[in-house]
Design a protein around this ligand. Structure first.
Ligand code: EZ4
Ligand code: CO
Length: 408
């Protein structure tokens, strides 16, 4: 089973996606997701210009060897562009191996460790009424765990707040926008720290103690501010507080950890196991947030999550709309197979994306399942993809009131 052709497909149905297509000399097709939100073409170039020529003629069964070859032969290690490119190759090879074995991928990873994957949905609102409507909408859709984000009085635009429930754009919230320059948002940490505990108090009073609630701080706090927020949220029993500090400095989480029992999740912008080294061995976090797409594929994620498992740290695989259905499916197969599954984020793609990517994973009664098609169970429709050419898009960024650039 040698690789005969490798092609990079860039398509923009509801948003940009970069997909790697591998075909073998015996006629199988494998798919990998290489989407890096707002920097898509750099990964497409890394693949097309530097990786595709190296893949032709290689034995598609040699997944570990191909991973090590791409990682080490580049000399320049790690980084989001490199690791997304390696991830795409790795996931496409796992898709091929599972297809050649005639099995869904999770069977090759050890088989199912559970019946379904608890997924959390996103709720948000500009005020309490909108937020409660949004939570009810997710509950009606079957979600049994909810991420809560809200507007903050005194801040104009805040991460994670989507259009009100029922509006057309509500279904496919996407922070990246198809504009020529990044949108500027504003930020006020003191206003945020005052407001958020009141929101969780209101949500608990309305929806009761059972519902698992999550919150994404999106890297905006210093360690001592994050420690305070974790303490202030303890009465509301969060499932997790996500990305509370920008964790290039892993020791920042030590300070947060010393002050609060609110569970901590981090890592959607990390790209290797080394970004977690201190966090895992010193037990400073509870959930690993990496996406298969951004962390070197199934091969690297399996090692990362097995390492985390030794410290009772669980998975919380990133599942925003900027992970394509191919990347989502890869995460779901891994989730089903590992022992230390925690929760899976599920933002749900829009109809146009779902026409381009035919998928067989299911969402029923709050649980995702990767399905039982051979391989990943996702096939890209190249004719449909060609109808949606690439469109430049940027994620927003933040400034404080005095104009200083802040973490977004
Ligand atoms: O902002 O995926 O937890 N989810 C998130 C996402 C990220 C986007 C960035 O591309 O933080 O919404
Ligand atoms: Co996040």
């Amino acid at each position: 089973m040698n690789i005969a052709t490798a092609a990079v497909i860039v398509t923009s149905p509801d948003r940009n996606f970069v997909t790697l297509k591998l075909t073998t000399d015996d006629g199988l097709v494998g798919w990998g997701d290489a989407t890096l939100n707002g920097r898509e073409l750099s990964v497409a170039s890394y693949l097309t210009d530097h990786v595709v020529p190296l893949l032709i003629g290689r034995d598609a069964h040699r997944i570990e060897d191909t991973w090590q070859f791409l990682y080490r032969s580049a000399y320049w290690r790690r980084g989001p562009v490199t690791m997304a490119a390696i991830a795409a190759v790795d996931v496409a090879l796992w898709d091929l191996k599972a297809k050649s074995a005639g099995m869904p991928l999770y069977q090759l990873l050890g088989g199912a460790s559970r019946n379904g994957l608890m997924a959390y949905g996103h709720a948000s609102g500009r005020d309490q009424e909108e937020l409660f409507d949004s939570i009810r909408l997710r509950l009606d859709q079957g979600f049994r765990s909810i991420r809560v984000q809200t507007s903050i009085p005194g801040i104009d635009a805040v991460y994670g707040v989507r259009a009100p429930a029922g509006q057309e754009s509500e279904q496919h919230y996407e922070p990246a926008q198809r504009i020529a320059r990044p949108m500027e948002e504003d930020w006020d940490t003191r206003a945020y720290l005052r407001h958020i505990p009141t929101v969780f108090e209101a949500v608990r009073n309305e929806f009761g103690p059972e519902l698992p609630l999550l919150h994404d701080v999106h890297h905006r706090l210093t360690p001592i501010q994050a420690a305070r927020l974790g303490k202030d949220l303890e009465p509301y029993d969060l499932f997790w507080m996500e990305d509370c500090t920008p964790a290039e400095n892993q020791d920042a989480l030590r300070l947060v950890r010393q002050h609060t029992t609110t569970p901590l999740a981090i890592g959607e912008v990390f790209n290797t196991i080394w970004d977690y080294q201190t966090l895992i061995k010193d037990q400073l976090i509870d959930y690993v947030r990496s996406a298969v797409t951004h962390t070197g594929g199934i091969t690297a994620m399996r090692k990362l999550l097995d390492y985390a498992a030794q410290y009772q740290i669980k998975s919380g695989i990133h599942g925003p709309t900027d992970i394509s259905p191919v990347g989502m499916a890869a995460g779901l197969h891994l989730d089903l197979a590992i022992h230390n599954f925690g929760i899976q984020e599920y933002m749900q793609h829009g109809d146009v994306t779902n026409e381009v990517f035919r998928q067989s994973f299911t969402f029923e009664n709050g649980y995702l399942h990767p399905g039982n098609e051979v391989g990943l169970g996702v096939e890209l429709d190249e004719e449909a993809a060609a109808r949606h050419p690439y469109q430049p898009a940027y994620l927003p960024y933040n400034r404080l009131k005095d104009g200083t650039v802040h973490d977004w």
